[in-house]
Each structure stands twice: as C-alpha cells, then as structure tokens.
Design a protein around this ligand. Structure first.
Ligand code: ASP
Ligand code: MG
Length: 408
C-alpha cells in the first residue's frame, strides 16, 4: 500500500469532464489499495485570464493583490475535484495552501516554500480521506497569500511528496512523458522511459515546458522520486510515462538524451567598446540592478583596443534592457548598440557528454550542413547551447535530433 502524490495540471482539469476523468483515475488507484494525495492547478487558461484582468486594472506594483487574484483559480479546481471524489464515494477534503499550511518566504509572485505542516494531511490519510491541495500557493510569515511563480503547482507537488515521504510524485499532464524533442516539431521524437534528474533539470531550465524548473531543482536536492505521465491515457498499465531517476544506470548512457529550445531570448551587442577593465561590469551593472537576469555572455578578442560584447536576456525584458543600455553606452563609449529578439536558443542535453569528446563538433556540423549560422555558444558539463536565428528553429531542432541518432 504505497502513498502517491498525484499532480494534475491545467488541461487535465480543464473542464468538468476532465475533472470527472481525474476523479475516475484516482478512484482506480484507491481501489488498487494505494493512498493518494492530490495537488491540482487551476483549470486551463484560468490563471492567464486572471492575470490579464489584473493587468488591465494596473497590476504594476501590486504583488500582494496579484497573488490574491492569481491564487483564486486553484480554489475552484480543488473544490470541484473534491466534490467529484465524494460523488464516487470517497471522503475528500480540499485545502488552500494556507490551510495545509504550506509556508513560504513571503515574497510575492515568486515565493519559495520553506516548510510544510503535514498534520492535516496525515490525519486525513489515517482516516482514508483524500486530500486535494491547491498548487502554486502558500502562506507567508505574515499570513499573506503568496504564489510560487508560473507552473508552481509542480513545485507544490514535489514539496508535498517530500514532506509525506511519498513513494512517488506523479505529474499528470497532457503529454505522456518526456520526449527526445518537442513532438510537434520532430515527428520521430521518442518518449524516454527514464531520464536522469540532472538532465531533466537542464532541459527544464533550457526551455522544456514539461516540468517547472524549480520543481525539478527541489526534487533533485531532496531526492524525491518523480514521474511524468498522461492524464489522457485511460489504461493505467500502458501509462508508464517517464521516470526521472536519481541514479545513472550502469548501462552506457546515450551521448545526448534530448534536444530542447527556448524562444524566450533576445540578445544585445555593444559594438566596438573599449577593451578596458570595468567595461563588462559597467554594461551589466544596471541590468542586474534592475533585477533582470542575464543568460549567455560573449566577449570577442580585442582588436585595436576595442571589442564586441554580447549578452542575452529574456525576450520580455528586451525593450527595458535596450533603454537601460543606451545610457550606459553614452558613458562607456563604443560604436553602437544592436539588439535582436529574432533569436532562439537550441540546446542538447546528455550525461553521456561527460565521458565523450566531439559532441559540440557533431552539433555544429549538423547545423552547418543546413546552412544555419551559430551566433553564440555556451556549454556546461552536460549541455551545449547555441543561439541561432528564430527562422531556423524547426530545421535546427530536426537536424540536431537526427545527428545524435535520436530518431531511432
Ligand atoms: N495555475 C498556475 C499557472 O498557470 C500554476 C500551475 O499551473 O502550475 O501558472
Ligand atoms: Mg505546468
């Protein structure tokens, strides 16, 4: 009799029919003798709708009110699911984050979970009551409602699984697992039976939307067993999804496990800045002070005492950064500042890279054969990322996917 934490995302509870189907699935798991704690997202599109309404009335500066607003979506879905479970003869109780309580550091709209009270949940489980917990929300030290950042229900689920020492945290979503590439772009992409947590963490931070990156970081740090599976496949025996493993198998790892991309990129180049100490910090200082995250940074070899300095930021921050850096340019000098937001970041991830050379060359060759120019490169132990023009995204993903033999 194992304990499972099951998280159902927005599309999985997107309509009353979908909620009924989720209740049926939980009913089946309970019937096979398991105990289940459920975490749910808001119904599909609901959080976007709430944020949009808030924005129209001036969300600026209103972190507290935005949290109040955004957290409302989950209150609806937990109550509906608890009702559907009761209709199937199961005692069930819905909980807001504050009722559990899931305690956070209190920072609005990007709070971190600091600890969790498990008393209600354990008492429910002892009485065969199914707790249904609102994802994405918690309560700050001052009793204020806080949210965990978009996609935060995944993090709630992993944290609950950790706190209850669940056998497995199961993330039910609209795809049946983690793929070697986005199947909408690469028709030959394959579902992975297993992937290491390190690879999953890279994939999530490099653009894969399957799991929120913070949930994967949490699962990695606390070794929470995690599985991604479909809420649309009815036959549970066919629905094994992708297991996120905490150990590399003894088997030889493939060089590359997956290809991913992010369109949320923009780059800024300072052309012909003086190659003197302090320039990089002069350029990036104001960007950091504005709370904007810089991703890749490339500085060319100096020529005649001048150099080009390029960095990338998220696309949503692009116009803000362009405004900031124009002032900087007046101070540091340099020929011009060029911005480009028609770029994407394409990445390959694999723990097999650790023990093999030539992975970057293979990727660059594949892109070169298709005439795709590489604008920037960054690498770490288990990933290689390149920046290319957005119009080459699909071609780039496909050619790299097949270069690493992921089609087979
Ligand atoms: N409903 C929230 C969002 O849309 C949290 C989640 O779905 O994980 O971001
Ligand atoms: Mg999600």
């Amino acid at each position: 009799m194992a304990l499972y934490v099951q998280k159902y995302g927005g599309t999985s509870v997107g309509s009353l029919e979908r909620i009924e189907s989720v209740a049926d699935r939980i009913d089946r798991w309970l019937a096979s003798g398991h105990r289940v704690v459920v975490v749910v997202s808001a119904m599909a599109g609901e959080t976007d709708r709430l944020i949009d309404m808030g924005g129209r009335l001036g969300a600026e500066g209103g972190g507290r009110e935005m949290d109040m607003l955004m957290s409302a979506g989950e209150q609806v879905s937990i109550a509906l699911l608890a009702l559907a479970l009761r209709a199937r003869g199961h005692a069930s109780r819905s909980y807001l984050g504050s009722q559990v309580a899931i305690r956070t550091d209190g920072s609005h709209m990007r709070a971190r979970i600091v600890d969790m009270d498990t008393r209600h949940l354990s008492a429910d489980l002892d009485k065969s009551v199914v707790p249904v917990i609102a994802g994405f929300q918690g309560v700050g030290p001052d009793g204020e409602i806080t949210t965990l950042g978009r996609g935060g229900s995944d993090t709630t689920a992993v944290a609950v699984a950790y706190a209850l020492k669940a056998h497995e945290c199961q993330i039910f979503t609209d795809v049946d697992g983690v793929y070697t590439a986005d199947p909408r772009i690469v028709s030959s992409a394959r579902r992975l039976d297993a992937i290491t947590i390190e690879e999953m963490q890279e994939l999530s931070s490099l653009g894969s939307k399957v799991l929120a990156v913070r949930s994967v970081e949490f699962a990695n740090k606390y070794k929470v067993p995690l599985r991604v599976l479909s809420s649309f496949v009815e036959d549970d025996s066919q629905n094994t999804g992708t297991l996120i493993t905490h150990e590399e198998t003894a088997m030889e790892q493939p060089l590359v496990s997956g290809v991913t991309y992010s369109k949320d990129e923009a780059k800024i180049t300072f052309v012909g800045v003086p190659d003197t100490p302090g320039v990089a910090s002069d350029i990036l200082g104001p960007v950091g002070d504005a709370g904007i995250e810089v991703d890749m940074i490339v500085q060319n070899t100096a020529l005649d005492g001048h150099t080009d300095f390029t960095f990338t930021v998220r696309r949503q921050d692009f116009s803000h950064v362009m405004r900031l850096v124009r002032d900087v340019r007046d101070r540091v000098g340099g020929r011009e500042v060029v911005g480009d937001d028609d770029i994407v970041k394409l990445s390959v991830v694999g723990v097999g890279m650790r023990s093999h050379a030539g992975v970057a060359t293979k990727m660059f060759d594949a892109l070169a054969k298709e005439g795709i120019n590489i604008q920037m490169v960054s690498t770490s132990e288990i990933k290689i990322s390149v920046v290319i023009a957005e119009r080459y995204l699909e071609l780039g993903v496909r050619c790299v996917h097949s270069a690493f033999g992921l089609d087979q």
